[in-house]
Design a protein. Structure first.
Length: 248
């Protein structure tokens, strides 16, 4: 229960789903935790649930300029950073003919551009050793209809896990990724489907999972704890696919 004792951790998108569950696990493992989010209501709910010792930062993952504020608050409050879990992002599913430039840019800004410049901005305060974990997706591996843009953003993160590892390992910073399959989180309710459509989509996805069920956020959080901890000190530029066999 002390695998992350006294480690200073930042989780983007830490107010719900995988991010919030990972925050719980980090706290249980002894870490000092900061989370980001942009919805005032979920930020306050997370603050109440996680406790007053957790640093809660209002931040839009797609706002490059705003990443400097996040880094400064981490420096002021924690003095440095041992763990970064890049979890914040957006999911928008559309057939290719329905995409426009604004939507494309919005997806890449939140899922790739913002996280990239957050890492850049945080570099001066990373400890040596330190760990970065990127939340990618099984959709970077499979040709699921309507996920062309989402899958491309997650494939970009997997590329960053490798290229940034090669660049940052000399500073003692490891970069790895987790790629969840379908997980039972509030994500699916945010996709804009009516209730009957959502049930149909969920049933169709479930048929593609050999394990026969959706995963739960705790199963992803446990993997992130491993990659964040010293137990994975020799794990560099790797990806953990946690998808119930969906990518087989």
């Amino acid at each position: 229960m002390n695998r992350l004792k006294d480690k200073r951790a930042l989780i983007t998108g830490g107010t719900s789903g995988i991010g919030l569950e990972t925050a719980r696990h980090f706290l249980q493992e002894g870490a000092r935790v900061a989370i980001t989010g942009k919805n005032p209501a979920t930020l306050e709910a997370a603050r109440k649930e996680l406790g007053s010792e957790v640093l809660v930062i209002a931040s839009d993952a797609s706002n490059v300029a705003g990443q400097k504020t996040v880094a400064e608050k981490m420096r002021e409050t924690f003095g440095g950073l041992d763990i970064l879990f890049v979890n914040a992002g957006v999911t928008e599913l559309r057939p290719v003919e329905q995409w426009d430039e604004a939507g494309f840019d919005r997806a890449f800004a939140a899922n790739v551009k913002g996280p990239y410049f957050l890492i850049q901005t945080l570099l001066p305060i990373f400890a040596n050793p330190a760990s970065i974990v990127l939340n990618a997706s099984v959709n970077a591996h499979i040709g699921m209809p309507a996920t062309s843009v989402y899958g491309a953003t997650k494939a970009a993160l997997l590329s960053l896990a490798r290229t940034l590892s090669g660049e940052l390992i000399s500073r003692g910073i490891r970069v790895n990724a987790v790629s969840p399959g379908p997980i039972s989180t509030p994500l699916y309710s945010k996709l804009g489907f009516a209730e009957d459509e959502l049930k149909a989509v969920s049933a169709a996805i479930l048929k593609q999972v050999p394990a026969g069920r959706f995963g739960n956020p705790s199963e992803i959080a446990q993997a992130v704890v491993f990659l964040a901890s010293d137990e994975s000190a020799f794990t560099v530029g790797s990806e953990l696919l946690i998808d119930g066999g969906m990518s087989l």
